[in-house]
Design a protein around this ligand. Structure first.
Ligand code: NDP
Length: 327
């Protein structure tokens, strides 16, 4: 038996609880993992609160991230004792996930725990941090460089935003963080933000084109914020869009794209192929100061994950949440 968060659905709606499950109930997979830590991402918050239909199979164990040790493997790449990370691939949505002491997964989904990180540090990064690295990779590949001017990170105190601020600063960019948490200016400066702007300045309907300000943008918010970020991106700049914390809509015009050559770069972490993942994890290992992870992350036991998920969705949580599944 093992402890897990389990989500179920019946005629009267969704239920969620901390429960004991039998290992014989684990889904198909060629690698059995003793999980050490999982995390809470925005998507886990949506799954646990039921606010959005991200869970597509019931009963479900949520948790799109995990780090742990291989107990048994029928996959050529992994053997007992290996330290591995899982991010995405529909885990926690259609396949039982990381908010549990044990997981059975496909070996093809796993990446090795980078030597640079302890298991806790890897989960302080998690899907949010690895997605931040994908966004930074996208901007750098698009030719955005520090001498072109300021870059903007929206949802800056969130998981993606916090890691994006720290990574961009490490690369020499001048970073502006937009946040709705007026009290967290000092936190953002500690991570490397050079300036902090009120997210209300970006979240309302704006003009098709605004004064050119940003050389590049990492946007985890969507909706009017993304539209306004594009409208204020400088000639030839790029915007990496990965999130929808404000909304999934994109109420924009094509003007920034056709008059300023602004490029909108979509970023997906869930189905990203393994080489792309390994490159992103390499970037985090190379560029992120591990001391910043201590500022970004807090740790909670599995028993507190359900309550914390609701807080995350209500925008009350700063940075990243690591979940110790054995506590
Ligand atoms: P978090 O909850 O940690 O951060 C989201 C942040 O967005 C909040 O901290 C807040 O920052 C800001 N925010 C929240 N509500 C609103 C609002 N109504 N209007 C404007 N800003 C708001 O989530 P994550 O960092 O884990 O994820 C961020 C987004 O990125 C999510 O939408 C998530 O689904 C998406 N995502 C996408 C991935 C992909 O593969 N494409 C992978 C990972 C995440 P502040 O208070 O500082 O303004």
């Amino acid at each position: 038996m093992f402890s897990a968060i389990q989500i179920d659905k019946n005629d009267s709606g969704q239920t969620v609880g901390l429960t004991q499950l039998d290992e014989s109930a684990l889904p198909e997979g060629d690698v059995l993992i003793d999980v050490a830590y999982s995390t809470l991402n925005y998507k886990d918050g949506l799954a646990i609160t039921g606010k959005s239909p991200v869970v597509r199979k019931f009963p479900m164990v949520p948790g799109i991230d995990l780090v742990g040790t291989v107990r048994a493997s029928d996959h050529a790449d992994w053997k007992a004792g290996d330290s591995v990370i899982l991010n995405g691939w529909g885990v926690g949505e259609v396949h039982w996930g990381g908010l549990a002491q044990v997981a059975k997964l496909k070996g093809d989904w796993l990446v090795p725990l980078p030597a640079a990180f302890t298991p806790q540090q890897a989960m302080a990064i998690g899907t949010a941090g690895y997605t931040a690295a994908l966004c930074v990779d996208a901007l750098v590949s698009a030719g955005v460089s520090p001498e072109q001017g300021e870059v903007l990170v929206t949802g800056a105190t969130g998981g993606v935003g916090s890691v994006a601020v720290a990574l961009l600063k490490a690369l020499g960019f001048t970073v502006a963080g937009s946040t709705g948490k007026a009290s967290e200016g000092e936190y953002l400066k500690q991570l490397g933000a050079d300036s902090v702007i009120d997210r209300a300045d970006l979240s309302e309907p704006g003009r098709p084109l605004a004064k050119e300000r940003w050389a590049g943008v990492v946007d985890s918010v969507g909706s009017h914020t993304l539209a306004n970020a594009c409208a204020a991106t400088r000639y030839g700049g790029a915007v990496a869009a990965c999130g929808l914390a404000q909304g999934a809509d994109f109420p924009a015009t094509v003007m920034p794209f056709i008059l300023r050559g602004v490029r909108l770069l979509g970023v997906d972490s869930v189905m990203a192929p393994k080489p792309v993942r390994l490159k992103a994890w390499d970037r985090v290992a190379r560029d992120l100061d591990p001391a910043k992870l201590g500022v970004i992350a807090q740790e909670i036991p599995l028993s507190e994950a359900i309550g914390a998920a609701a807080e995350l969705i209500n925008g009350k949580i700063r940075g990243r949440v690591i979940v110790d599944v054995n506590r």
